[in-house]
Design a protein around this ligand. Structure first.
Ligand SMILES: Nc1ncnc2c1ncn2[C@@H]1O[C@H](COP(=O)(O)OP(=O)(O)O)[C@@H](O)[C@H]1O
Ligand SMILES: [Mg+2]
Length: 265
């Protein structure tokens, strides 16, 4: 419990995950908490274990059963995947791969109500449609609603997947490398949208290898390296030349401008 008596949104304690033929320790005693309403970034190089960590939350990867080891969402260890969707919307590149299909942007958002990839045989109620349209308006993508997901640019399609995750009014949105493959303009618009969602009271948990993705609303940073939490703390204390150089194993000067941080390499 937190001081206010409200459970943390997310709490991992000594989570270890072993995968693959070589029994690789993809996550090694990971512990951290995210409080309700907090915006956090999990930053680390490729292969650090960031996506594996998300798979623990979605129950695709199971941690080794050890005393004192757990992954709690909203104070509970056991959720079914349907309940989990109301708490955490998750947008990953895996999901985007599944959506490269002949369905419209609006249908993609509506499919969130059913937890399905397309709409299939599901019947959409007028209330669900109203809600989906409201979200599209909030995200500024209504004009693209009839465009097929298969022909949208990466940035456009990703915004519809955010819309899909928001239909349940989740308390948190977990974004795995959201600016991956976006050009400068698309990344800029994506970050503006992330800021708007953060300001609306949804916790943003941003998973990235890119300092520039860290929107000013994010106040705490968790650095991940080799399946471990290397360090965590307030943004200003963590995003220093020394820490970022250690994280990526090379000298990386870091600068800050208008609330954003940049790796000067
Ligand atoms: N199912 C798996 N089988 C074997 N190796 C895996 C599996 N899942 C993850 N890994 C390995 O664990 C490491 C961390 O992967 P990942 O979580 O995708 O890192 P990140 O998202 O930080 O780039 C990588 O070396 C990856 O190859
Ligand atoms: Mg990844």
């Amino acid at each position: 419990m937190t001081e206010t008596g409200v459970p943390p949104l997310l709490e991992l304690n000594r989570v270890t995950v072993i995968r693959g033929d070589e029994n690789k320790r993809v996550l090694d005693r990971i512990s951290f908490k995210v409080l309700p309403g907090e915006h956090v970034a999990i930053l680390g190089p490729n292969g650090a274990g960031k996506s594996s960590l998300i798979k623990v939350i979605t129950r695709e990867y199971y941690p080794l059963a050890r005393k004192g080891s757990f992954c709690k969402v909203w104070g509970e260890k056991h959720w079914n995947i349907f309940e989990l969707r109301h708490l955490c919307g998750i947008v990953s590149n895996d999901l985007q791969g599944m959506y490269a299909r002949d369905i419209s942007g609006l249908e993609a958002v509506l499919s969130g109500f059913f937890g399905s990839i397309g709409l299939q045989q599901n019947r959409v109620t007028p209330a669900q449609k109203r809600k989906a349209l409201k979200i599209l308006k909030f995200l500024g993508i209504e004009s693209l609603k009839d465009r097929k997901m298969s022909v949208m640019s990466s940035g456009e399609a990703r915004r519809f997947l955010i819309g899909r995750a928001l239909v349940h009014d989740p308390r948190a949105l977990i974004l795995d490398e959201p600016t991956h493959s976006l050009d400068i303009k698309a990344a800029y618009h994506f970050k503006r949208m992330m800021r708007k969602i953060a300001a609306s009271g949804v916790s943003i948990i941003l998973v990235t290898q890119n300092l520039q993705d860290i929107i000013p609303e994010i106040s705490r940073i968790i650095l991940m390296k080799n399946g471990r939490v290397m360090m965590e703390g307030p943004k200003k204390a963590v995003l220093t030349r020394r820490n970022i150089s250690r994280l990526f194993d090379m000298p990386i000067p870091v600068t800050r401008k208008k609330g954003y941080y940049y790796a000067m390499v």
